[in-house]
Write a protein that binds this ligand. Structure first.
Ligand code: ADP
Ligand code: MG
Length: 253
């Protein structure tokens, strides 16, 4: 379970987050939407502790983050960040193995179990044939799947992802979302594609200019008037006979 309570994040007296309170129930797949620059990544960074909120509190399974050691937090929460820049030349296998480090003492050797978990995690994202390849030589989409494998190898109850489908073509977008949907972990993810959000999320939050402007099920939230209010565009929202929601955008001209 992930909970944020009036989280404010300011830089140079500008509020980037203006008091965000939300709740991701255990086992749920919850999405956060909002235009570019609305504060999604900043909120996620506060949750995965790259940033410290100016005020407010964040709870992981009921315990406030500041009361949890970094190592303990890494056993509870895995992250797929938006940008995974790295200049270090690791193999794919080594990158995924890093997911096991929260369970190790300094310089402790990898066990057969670690190796098995790494292999299984790579299989789940369809990257098992790349284990000896240099991470830097992979395409953006392949790198994204390896970073997800690392997060899976971490075997945490909670998973936070920042626009994980960004570099993927449609096949891998759906494959990755199917995989995430099938996890029994608690998942909180920033998304920019309303159709992907509608297809997979149990619940959505929407931020704009650092404020929460909407929350609810995809069906209750994603109406043409709300889409206009948030994204300043016109759209139709259709529902298929199987109950699948589709957002159809109108061109601006
Ligand atoms: P999103 O992920 O929704 O696109 P971000 O959380 O990345 O949005 O950014 C929210 C806003 O905060 C943007 O206007 C961005 O320019 C600003 N911002 C983020 N980090 C910094 C920083 N270190 N210094 C100044 N402004 C920042
Ligand atoms: Mg972002």
């Amino acid at each position: 379970m992930i909970q944020t309570d009036h989280v404010v994040y300011s830089i140079d007296n500008a509020n980037i987050l203006e008091g965000i309170s939300l709740h991701v129930p255990k086992g749920a797949l919850v999405g956060i939407l909002g235009p570019n620059g609305s504060g999604k990544s900043t909120l996620l960074k506060c949750i995965y502790r790259v940033l410290k909120p100016t005020s407010g509190a964040i709870f992981l399974d009921g315990t406030e983050l500041s009361h949890i050691s970094p190592k303990e937090a890494a056993q509870k929460l895995a992250v797929v960040a938006q940008h995974n820049f790295s200049n270090f030349d690791f193999t794919v296998e080594e990158v995924v193995l890093m997911g096991r480090s929260p369970y190790k003492k300094a310089l402790e050797r990898n066990t057969q179990r670690d190796t098995a978990i790494v292999r299984e995690s790579l299989e789940r994202v369809g990257m098992e044939n790349f284990s000896k390849r240099s991470f830097l030589t992979l395409s953006g989409g392949e790198q994204q799947r390896v970073i997800l494998a690392r997060a899976l190898a971490q075997q945490t109850p909670c998973l936070v992802l920042d626009e994980p489908t960004n570099h993927l073509d449609i096949k891998y977008q759906l494959q990755l979302m199917d995989l995430i949907h099938a996890l029994d972990q608690t998942v909180f993810m920033a998304l920019h594609d309303l159709n992907i959000a509608a297809m997979y999320c149990d619940k959505l939050y929407v931020v704009k200019k650092g404020q929460l402007v909407g929350e609810g099920s995809p069906k209750s939230l994603l109406t043409p008037s709300f889409i206009r209010e948030v994204y300043e565009i016109d759209a139709d929202v259709m529902e298929t006979s199987t109950g699948q929601l589709h957002v159809l955008y109108h061109p601006a001209h």
